[in-house]
Design a protein around this ligand. Structure first.
Ligand SMILES: [Fe+2]
Ligand SMILES: [Fe+2]
Length: 247
């Protein structure tokens, strides 16, 4: 079940619902002078994604393939896209490039440092490293400054076949998703470290107006408040609990 939604002008959310996991996997195509795909997706989804995205753009023209961290739903099909788009390059942080991507990818990554800007034409993507948020040493996010869209990967994860985008609060769904994950085989999906609150606060300071969420509805609204609310939810659900110290 694949569906495409233009979440803002020239930004497309291509989403696949996986009933077995009760989860949507969303990939974002940004049409610009140098088109960018954020989330290369699973290898197993590549044929269906390729077909859907080829309705939106000449795939050979894709220039940048971004993702948050090295994991199959983020970049499993990276090489398949690179084979079809000869000028395309992976885009990630230094840790991602040196630890995983440059070994895996058929072409080396363009490495972005904190606050580096990737210009694709009219869109400006700022790279923000977010180690272990949502997870992975190499994690980072892209913030598109002209439309104030945060491509936030697994942050704000929501289970279910939800609508593509909403201006209603997604926090209850996010909290439920975290609680449900912690109670089942996907426990420890998201670590909670002494950096977590600070990283979310840093993202809030960019004041996103749109949260381009990988698993769940895109959110339109006060992204800064949503990030601060998420920090509280994550602290409450995942933060250290008082543990008796054994003598
Ligand atoms: Fe992930
Ligand atoms: Fe994910």
């Amino acid at each position: 079940m694949i569906s495409t939604t233009e979440i803002s002008k020239d930004v497309y959310r291509i989403s696949v619902f996986v009933p077995e996991f009760n989860m949507k996997l969303s990939h974002f195509l940004v049409k610009d002078d140098e088109p960018l795909l954020f989330h290369a997706g699973l290898r197993s989804m590549f044929p269906v994604l390729r077909e859907e995205i080829s309705r939106l753009i000449d795939i050979s023209k894709i220039r940048h393939i971004g993702f948050s961290h090295f994991e199959s739903d983020e970049c499993g099909a990276l090489n398949q896209w690179l084979e079809l788009a000869p000028a395309a390059q992976p885009v990630c942080g230094l840790v991602g490039a040196l630890v995983s991507v440059n070994d895996f990818s058929i072409r080396p990554a363009r490495v972005l440092s904190r606050d580096d800007i990737l210009l694709t034409g009219r869109f400006r993507f700022r790279f923000i490293p977010t180690p272990h948020v949502p997870h992975g040493w190499d994690a980072g996010v892209l913030f598109e400054e002209s439309e104030q869209t945060l491509f936030c990967s697994d942050l704000f994860h929501q289970w279910g076949h939800l609508k593509p985008a909403t201006a209603d609060s997604i926090m209850e769904c996010c909290k439920d998703a975290l609680l449900e994950s912690e109670a089942g085989p996907f426990a420890n999906y998201v670590p909670y470290t002494h950096h977590t609150g600070r990283v979310l606060q840093t993202l809030a300071e960019y004041k996103p107006k749109t949260l381009a969420v990988m698993h769940g509805s895109t959110y339109y609204g006060d992204g800064a408040q949503a990030l601060r609310d998420l920090a509280i939810v994550m602290r409450d659900v995942l933060g250290p609990k008082e543990q008796p110290i054994k003598p």
